[in-house]
Design a protein around this ligand. Structure first.
Ligand code: FDP
Length: 281
């Protein structure tokens, strides 16, 4: 796994440079989900693909920016699904963005994740990895190496509420749930970038991030393979939980790599409340 983490670090240094210095305009292409791609999305995707390509332990790469997976080495053991630049439209307004990596064995089912990692590009560049050794954070140093910072562990209950999705399309039971957190004293923390929003909750000890099913997007917006499973794995490894409102996220099996799902990530207490609000639906 270290070889893959090293490759992610190498890619992160190049992506950080691209965010800071390269063209941020739109291309003429659309990705598999129909979003118009920024030139940066395409460039970051190329950076990751080039850096992963020589690694013979990788059987296949699946990018959020491409319709189909890209086979690498038949004898390789890992399938890597990645979102090279999540929240890329936030780069324009100088807010934090991220890269997400899910490392699977077998197929892209939630249960087949063996490790996950993400990188957040903010005032600092930080990488978080999750595997059987726990959840660990590293920070980019001036010499372009990543130094260990801390292990990450969620408290049983937190204080932050990051509610995604268009509010006018929230179903009533979801609206009531979000309001109940605010009534209990939770504070709003939402930037619109999944990576920095979930990173903040992890580092501040806990809370809840939600991106529900809404009347305009009944299956949610966030993609299982590239975004939701990797973070569900990280939250579970950190002592939290992740649900789609009906059950454990990591028990889901996508029919297609670009499938989306409603999702809730948090510490144990918050997810208990989500379950009771969504319980009988
Ligand atoms: P974006 O579309 O900017 O790439 O992954 C999709 C994502 O960002 C997440 O990072 C973010 O949490 C979510 O979409 C925000 O979506 P909306 O602003 O459309 O609600």
């Amino acid at each position: 796994m270290q070889e893959i983490y090293n490759a992610i670090q190498t890619a992160a240094v190049k992506i950080d440079y691209a965010i800071k210095h390269e063209d941020k305009g739109y291309s003429e292409n659309q990705n598999a989900t129909g979003d118009t791609q920024l030139k940066l999305d395409i460039q970051c995707d190329k950076i990751v693909e080039e850096i992963f390509t020589p690694i013979t332990r990788i059987k296949e790469l699946a990018s959020e920016e491409k319709e189909a997976p890209h086979p690498l080495y038949e004898a390789g053991e890992y399938l890597i699904a990645y979102d090279p630049l999540d929240g890329s439209s936030l780069a324009d307004v100088n807010l934090s963005v991220g890269s997400i990596f899910g490392i699977y064995k077998g197929d892209y089912s939630g249960q087949n994740l063996v490790a996950s990692a993400y990188v957040v590009y903010g005032p600092r560049v930080e990488m978080v990895t999750a595997d059987s050794d726990g959840v660990t954070m590293y920070r980019l140093e001036p010499d372009n190496t990543f130094a260990f910072v801390q292990e990450i562990r969620l408290n049983e209950k937190g204080k932050l509420n990051a509610p995604g999705g268009t509010q006018r399309y929230w179903p009533p039971h979801h609206k009531a749930l979000i309001e109940s957190f605010f009534e209990e004293g939770y504070r709003l923390r939402y930037s619109g970038g999944m990576v920095p929003d979930l990173h903040q909750i992890l580092l501040k000890g806990g809370g809840i991030f939600s991106y529900p099913a809404t009347t305009d997007v009944p299956k949610g917006k966030l993609r299982m393979t590239f975004e939701v499973f990797p973070f569900a794995f990280i939250y579970e490894c950190a002592g939290g939980e992740a649900t789609d409102g009906k059950g454990r996220i990591l028990d889901l099996v996508p029919e297609h790599i670009h499938d989306t799902t409603p999702c809730f990530f948090g510490s144990k207490e918050e997810i208990k409340k989500v379950r009771s609000a969504y319980g009988n639906r």
